[in-house]
Design a protein around this ligand. Structure first.
Ligand code: HEC
Length: 83
């Protein structure tokens, strides 16, 4: 009757926030802009709390547009480590 799955893990949640195109774009921005100065630091390595401290600085360092920074933030937070 409904196509809404009972599973409510982080990935399912991310998919309700971002379209597949937005997810693909966020991932492309992440892999192309976030590994210039250090190795790629995957979203799941850090909690939302840690990311909210670090990500604004990093988006500035990576010279992301406001749109890309916003999209990346949504994607990273949706895939961040639990806790
Ligand atoms: C211009 C260089 C530069 C770019 C581009 C950059 N970073 Fe960083 N990043 C640093 C530096 C310097 C540090 C602090 C030292 C370290 O942990 O490597 C850091 C630290 C971090 C940390 C914290 C690691 C920790 O253990 O505290 C995370 C997470 C991170 N960056 C993610 C990102 C993401 C995501 C992007 C893309 C939006 C990005 N970085 C782009 C230079 C950069």
């Amino acid at each position: 009757m409904t196509d809404r799955s009972a599973a409510t893990n982080d990935k399912a949640e991310a998919n309700t926030i971002l379209t597949p195109e937005q997810t693909a774009h966020a991932h492309a921005v992440f892999t192309s802009k976030c590994a210039d100065c250090h190795e790629l630091k995957q979203p799941g390595r850090y909690t939302v709390k840690k990311w909210s401290k670090v990500l604004p600085d990093m988006s500035r360092k990576a010279k992301l547009s406001n749109d890309d920074a916003q999209l990346l933030k949504t994607w990273v937070m949706a895939n961040a480590k639990a806790g």
